[in-house]
Structure formats: C-alpha cells, structure tokens
Design a protein around this ligand. Structure first.
Ligand SMILES: *Cc1c(COP(=O)(O)O)cnc(C)c1O
Length: 369
C-alpha cells in the first residue's frame, strides 16, 4: 500500500453511475415529462464538476443552482446547458448574467423590470423563469405583486419566459393538505397569467405526489443524490456516496469506564472500542454522538460517546475479532448507513448531512454501469 490513496484516513467514493440511474428512475416516474437537475451547493456536496456532465450525458439540458457564483462555475462545466440561478437577479449583476448566459429566476417585479431593461439595452428579449410564491413565503412574487401583474399584464412583456415556477413547502409529506392547496393556487395563477407559460413545480419529493404535480419540467435535487422522496414509501433511489474511515486503534474499555469527551458514554460491560477516523470536521455531525451507527461489512455497530473533530469511537464488542484490525475501513455513511437514516438519528435531514461533507476526504469517483 504505497499509493497516495492508501495514506488517506478517510475516503469518499461517489458513484456517478448511481446518480445516472437515479435520474433515469425519476424520468420513469415522470412518464414523458423532462427533468432538469438541481446542482446547487456543489451538487449537494457530491461535486458539480463531475455530476453535471454525467447528467448531461443522460440527456439533462437544464440545471439549477442557487447562487450566481455557482452558475458561473457551472457554465464552464456544461457549456451548452441552460443554467438557471434560483436566488434571483440582484441589482448590479445583470452584466454577469449576460456575459455567462445565465438564466435568472425572477423573484420580484423589480427584478423583472431590470431584466427587461437589460434586454432593451442589447435589443432582444432575454430568457428567464418567473417564480410565483404559492405558500412557502420565501422567494417569488407575493400575492400583492401577483394582483398587480393580473391588473397590469404589460409588466410581463419584453422577456422570453421559459417557465413559470413555484416551490412546495411540504412535498415530502404526501398527506399534508398544503400540497393540494399550493397545487391549486399554482394552477389558478398559471391560468390567468397573460401568456400561456410552460410550468415547473416538482422538486424530488413532488415527483412522487402524482402526475398532476409534473407539468412541463421537474427540478429534482436530493433524489439524484439518493434522498428518499417521503417516509411512506420504500426509497426507490440509490445512495451514490460511501464514506469510509479507517480504524485507527482498537482498545478494551473496562466496565464502568467512560469513552470520549465529557464521559458521555459509560461501558456497562467490558467493551471493545474501535476509534475510527471520521469526525465533525469531515461533516460527521456531532449530534450523532451516542446515536450514530457504522457498518462493518453488513453488520452495524453503534457510535458510543461524543463525536470528536477527527474521530469517532465505536462499540465492536459483539463483532468477531478476526474481521477487525487497525487500518481497515468502515462505512460511516453510504448505502448501508444511509444519509436519511443517520439524519433521522441526528435530528436533521439528509440534505444537511450531504451538504456538510467535509473537504478533507480523499474523493474518489467511480461510474458503475
Ligand atoms: C433546492 C430546490 C429544489 C430541489 O429540491 P429537492 O428537494 O432537493 O429535490 C427545487 N426547487 C427549488 C426552488 C429549490 O430551492
């Protein structure tokens, strides 16, 4: 073991093939409706520079990011794609949008006016998406602005509208009545908007709420990265990431002794403890202290004591000794210890776990068929 990889104490393997299969699985659910891909926050931590070209190969032509910086970076990664910026058109950034052919999602009347004027300056209608708020109260035209649009349809002229879009607040809860309320509001708005615009509503979870949510384009993010659509169905998507940490040391801890900072775990019996290289500086959340699990082969072992910056301690008392030695890799997050499962234990969501993946891992990409 002399190569650079073998020196790494923890590694992150990303299977682009699994991301591709997830995209295809979402398309199958969409029965003919095309799908964009949301690759904000560096493709939820997986690496937009690798994920976006893989999805381009699968036929994805529209990509969403959050910030203008992300959009500019993505422009050179997928030069021919339509790159849409969700966070809107901040005053003074018009030239950057134009120079890099970024499509803004226009979230307010004032942004619409500025984009129209930018188009007038160069003598053509510029492409954009219109974001209407149907209940999440975050971004998009609010009720007053929409009333104004309906009274004064001319405010929408002079722009090449690609889609009207909105975002659901509770798509991961199929029984939540807010889904149907937002859908109805979106439909009503779309029917009265001056031009018959194509529509885009569904994030990953909403794709699984039924065809009435699909419209003309979907915009999944987390589903591409293996996140479950909702808690009521078996997750049909694959986990494309695997984080492994090496066992640094094995030790026996006598009954009554404690492990880790604050003595937050006490051995009730003589216990064997493996110290594993993965900590909160790697994005292994500290809230997994005493509740996380790791996988040794297909067996699960509990994280005991607090998560430290660079390591965790794992109770391996019930594991056969022969299978363990310092230097061996254990899965701390991946297909067996899923981000959703770990997030449930940590009191958060898979999105936060993925986007917290640290920069310290040795990243390794594979592309399985
Ligand atoms: C992040 C985001 C998405 C993607 O949502 P997922 O739940 O990750 O599929 C879609 N639309 C908007 C507006 C977003 O901000």
């Amino acid at each position: 073991m002399t190569d650079a990889t073998s020196a790494a104490l923890s590694r992150l393997t990303i299977d682009l093939g699994a991301v591709r299969r997830n995209y295809r699985r979402l398309l199958a659910e969409l029965t003919g409706v095309p799908s964009a891909a949301v690759v904000k926050a560096d493709a939820y931590g997986l690496g937009a520079d690798r994920v976006a070209p893989a999805l381009w190969d699968e036929g994805c032509r529209i990509f969403f990011v959050a910030t203008l910086d992300e959009a500019v970076r993505l422009r050179s990664i997928v030069p021919e794609a339509t790159v849409c910026c969700l966070n809107g058109l901040l005053s003074g950034t018009e030239e950057v949008f134009l120079e890099h052919r970024i499509v803004p999602v226009l979230n307010a009347l004032e942004q619409i006016a500025r984009w129209r004027m930018a188009g007038e300056r160069i003598g053509r209608e510029l492409p954009a998406l219109l974001h209407v708020d149907t209940g999440i109260s975050r971004l998009g035209l609010d009720e007053d602005e929409l009333d104004w649009v309906l009274e004064t349809p001319s405010v929408l002229t002079g722009i090449d509208w690609l889609y009207v879009m909105s975002h659901l607040a509770s798509a991961d809860e199929p029984a939540n009545p807010m889904n149907a309320e937002q859908l109805a509001r979106f439909r009503d708005l779309r029917a009265v908007l001056p031009r018959k615009m194509k529509a885009c509503l569904a994030n990953s979870s909403a794709i699984f709420l039924g065809t009435s949510y699909h419209f003309d384009l979907a915009r999944p993010g987390i589903g591409l990265y293996g996140g479950r659509p909702n808690a009521d169905i078996a997750n049909p998507l694959e986990c494309p990431i695997r984080i492994e940490g090496r066992i640094l040391q094995l030790r026996t801890v006598k009954a009554g002794r404690t492990v880790g900072y604050g003595g937050a775990w006490k051995a009730e019996r003589d216990s064997r403890i493996a110290t594993v290289a993965a900590g909160y500086a790697d994005g292994y959340l500290r809230s997994l202290s005493n509740v996380g699990v790791v996988a040794l082969g297909d067996r699960l072992c509990r994280v005991v004591g607090r998560v430290s910056m660079d390591m965790i301690t794992v109770d391996i008392t019930d594991m056969p000794l022969s299978e363990l030695s310092p230097g061996a890799f254990v899965e701390v997050l991946g297909p067996t210890v899923t981000p959703d499962g770990a997030a449930d234990a940590a009191g958060t969501i898979g999105y936060e776990l993925l986007t917290s993946l640290g920069g310290r891992y040795k990243r390794h990409y594979v592309d399985t068929a």
